[in-house]
Design a binder for this molecule. Structure first.
Ligand code: FES
Length: 152
């Protein structure tokens, strides 16, 4: 049956009462109104649902909300600081790293992890890391350029 849980999302503790089988993605989208994380495939194939859990990239559709308790969850909504965009968001704008935009939140979260975890040192390395994030519009070269720029 429903279980009480407390999730720390973008630095804020949110209390929820959910069935233990509810995914982190559904908790964010359906119960917390954080709809930036997208549901593309709902089974770990597209990356549209990517968030950070304790700084690590996670497919939120494959993660149970209850398992994310006590961890720092960061979603696309938490990246900008007030009016100041995160450098990865700036880079996506500069390099036109999106077309329809559906995959963009996941791409950006994956890009942030790519850089912070040190997987963006070469084009090939970054391309490999980002390969779990599908873009139907084929904006891959621009996405790669954005990630590589932030990597320096
Ligand atoms: Fe999670 Fe596609 S919705 S990987």
């Amino acid at each position: 049956g429903p279980t009480n849980m407390a999730l720390t999302i973008n630095g804020q503790v949110r209390n929820l009462r959910l069935e233990p089988r509810v995914t982190l993605l559904d908790a964010l989208r359906e119960y917390l109104d954080l709809t930036g994380s997208k549901k593309g495939c709902d089974h770990g194939q597209c990356g549209a649902c990517t968030v950070l859990v304790d700084g690590k990239r996670v497919n939120s559709c494959l993660t149970l909300a209850v398992m994310a308790q006590g961890k720092q969850i960061t979603t696309i909504e938490g990246l900008a600081k007030g009016d100041e965009l995160h450098p990865m968001q700036e880079a996506f704008l500069k390099h036109d790293g999106f077309q329809c935009g559906y995959c963009t939140p996941g791409q950006i979260m994956s890009g942030v992890a790519c850089v912070s975890e040190g997987h963006a040192k070469t084009d090939d390395q970054a391309r490999e890391w980002m390969s779990g994030n599908i873009c139907r519009c084929g904006a891959y070269p621009n996405i790669l350029a954005a990630v590589r720029e932030v990597a320096g």
